[in-house]
Design a protein around this ligand. Structure first.
Ligand SMILES: O=C(O)c1cc(C(=O)O)c2c(n1)C(=O)C(=O)c1cc(C(=O)O)[nH]c1-2
Length: 578
């Protein structure tokens, strides 16, 4: 069943959040292009009726647009023949007690379409399949338990006859996993944990590799003390990509729990790890851990776009990954071989480099600068001036790739932090954080973000556009030689894909943390984006916090956002004038 693959190859529609299985967020549409984007206008808009962080994007399937909201996770089917008249609306009943269990705002990264159904993974971890025609529930299944700290913010990946979903809870000591359900019935197919026994991990100690070597028996639990792996985190709330030819899907796992590194000696495998798994069985082909024994909350869940590019004169099947830890990685996606690992923000200081010497004992590991460790000789230390901050040189906001330029377009953070670990004990369903942070712009200026173009074959920044705040929206690249992104102040921007020159901007009603998408209707190209400030960067605004030291809602430099925007929830659709 390659229905989704076929649909994603049609540039007129947008049926999964990432646009295509490869997560390139590239569209072949070029009616709106570098020559005319400056004339773009608002075609119509739609209020979602919900405030707080709007992540993800709408879908377009035929003449219908599907729009989702943050908690309470309303779904609207809008008629494109009628400027967004509501065809149906689905509003799940969810216990509001799930809200305090969500670490980083009540966001949801959107819907997926396959097999005549719209898939929603709710905050309370209910996965629901809605009939695309009338919004009626076809099946629903409960994937986790919010009382244990398990919630969801991520989208769903439909692959062949299954849907694949992750889970959140790294700040609550959840033992996180990826789970596949039958697309037609919702029946459980398999579950693979990030941290756990070999049976739980779905690995083969002989065949599953790490940097080319078999991972061996008990590869995860041997790297924890005692039973700590049972509350070990490694959550799976990011973006998933899929290679139909290799029949492998890819994603990264999040932070080990707790944030206090002293409480969990060892490498804490396989938190902070990219997995390549078979979607039919869940079994891992290879793994690669970016940040062993994390001391900074550098979750490894960011998108893993799949591209074919030439390295050293040879075309390779690549996987690219802009990790929270500030390194841009390029790997061979068939084998997991590490090809490039370079800093994509010059401010990154916690490690000097990733060791690329295959004969070295520390091959593939970041070389940590002890001054920026948050643990010394087994004791907690308060460290200052660590770059990047916990929200990383990039968080979940996805990049785009243009095969025309061969460049990645990456929304980034330019933020550093002070980190104070403290002892915390585990109680199910209670925060298991164990550190306080303060976050501020990187030294040498007041800007907290850059929108960059990156060459993943060399590991080099090609151009960089400074932004006052982190760029928390997902990018879109098109065959029109332009790249779109949104800003936390609320601007939708279009820039020239080759030079980065700004060609268009429009201030939408609220800060943008949604991902820009494009489609056609009756032969005309449209660009759409959700506004609604929030997410971790904007959670201070979302929660009405202005105290720069307000714990996990550590708004820091983001408090100044109050001067530019306010809460919202709106879809804005753009096109060229007649
Ligand atoms: O460990 C986790 O389970 C977890 C979950 C989430 C989430 O579900 O949104 C975030 C994070 N961690 C996190 O570390 C983080 O920086 C973050 C930012 C955001 C966001 O949507 O802006 N979510 C999350």
């Amino acid at each position: 069943n390659d229905e989704v693959k076929k649909l994603t190859e049609d540039p007129n529609q947008w049926v999964i959040q990432t646009g295509d299985y490869a997560n390139t967020r590239y569209s072949k549409l070029d009616q709106i292009n570098a020559g005319n984007v400056g004339k773009m206008q608002v075609a119509w808009s739609f209020s979602t009726g919900v405030l707080r962080g709007h992540e993800g994007s709408p879908l377009v399937v035929g003449n219908v647009m599907y729009v989702h909201t943050p908690f309470p996770n309303i779904v609207y089917a809008l008629d494109l023949d009628n400027e967004g008249r509501i065809i149906w609306k689905y509003e799940p009943k969810q216990d509001p007690n799930v809200i305090p269990v969500m670490c980083c705002d009540t966001v949801n990264r959107g819907l997926a379409y396959a097999d005549g159904k719209v898939f929603l993974h709710q905050a309370d971890t209910t996965v629901v399949a809605l009939d695309a025609k009338d919004g009626k529930v076809v099946w629903s299944v409960v994937n986790g338990d919010p009382k244990k700290g398990e919630t969801n913010t991520a989208t769903v990946l439909p692959v062949k006859d299954k849907v694949i979903v992750g889970i959140s809870g790294g700040e609550f000591g959840v033992q996180c996993h990826v789970t596949a359900y039958d697309m037609k019935t919702g029946k459980l197919a398999w579950r693979a944990y990030s941290v756990g026994t070999d049976d739980q991990l779905l690995v083969d100690p002989e065949k599953t590799t790490d940097l080319g070597k078999p991972i061996g028996k008990d590869s995860s639990i041997k790297t924890w003390q005692g039973d700590q792996w049972k509350t070990g985190g490694g959550c799976t709330w990011g973006w998933y990509s899929y290679d139909p030819d290799l029949n492998l899907f890819y994603y990264g796992s999040g932070n080990p729990s707790t944030w206090n590194p002293k409480q969990r000696p060892g490498d804490n495998k396989w938190s902070m790890t990219i997995f390549a798994r078979d979607p039919d069985t869940g079994v891992a082909k290879w793994v690669y851990q970016m940040t062993p024994h994390d001391e900074w909350d550098y979750d490894g869940v960011n998108e893993v776009p799949l591209v074919n590019q030439v390295i050293d004169g040879k075309e390779r099947k690549l996987l690219v990954h802009f990790d929270r830890n500030g390194f841009g990685y390029t790997l061979d996606r068939e084998t997991g071989e590490l090809l490039v690992a370079e800093k994509y923000d010059p401010a990154v200081n916690w490690a000097t480099k990733v060791d690329m010497d295959k004969n070295s004992k520390t091959y593939g590991r970041p070389l940590v600068v002890s001054q920026y460790s948050t643990e010394q000789n087994g004791e907690d230390v308060n460290s200052k001036g660590i770059c990047p901050a916990a929200l990383g040189s990039k968080d979940q906001q996805p990049s785009a790739y243009s095969p025309k330029t061969g460049l990645f377009y990456v929304p980034t953070n330019h933020v550093c932090m002070d980190y104070e670990p403290f002892k915390v004990s585990y109680t199910p369903g209670q925060p298991y954080v164990g550190a306080t942070l303060s976050m501020y712009p990187a030294p040498g200026g007041n800007t907290m973000g850059n929108f960059i173009a990156w060459d993943a074959t060399k590991g080099k920044i090609v151009w960089s556009l400074p932004e006052q705040f982190s760029v928390w929206s997902g990018a879109l690249a098109t065959a029109g030689d332009i790249v779109f992104y949104g800003t936390l102040e609320g601007y939708l921007k279009a820039v020239d894909a080759k030079t980065g020159k700004e060609l268009y901007k429009f201030k939408t009603p609220s800060g943008i943390i949604g991902n820009v998408m494009t489609y056609t209707h009756k032969g005309k190209q449209y660009v759409a984006v959700l506004s609604g400030v929030g997410g971790w960067a904007g959670i201070g605004l979302a929660a009405g916090l202005t105290d720069p030291n307000a714990g996990l809602g550590a708004v820091g430099g983001y408090a100044a956002l109050n001067n530019y925007t306010a809460l919202g929830g709106q879809l804005t659709v753009f096109t060229l004038p007649e």
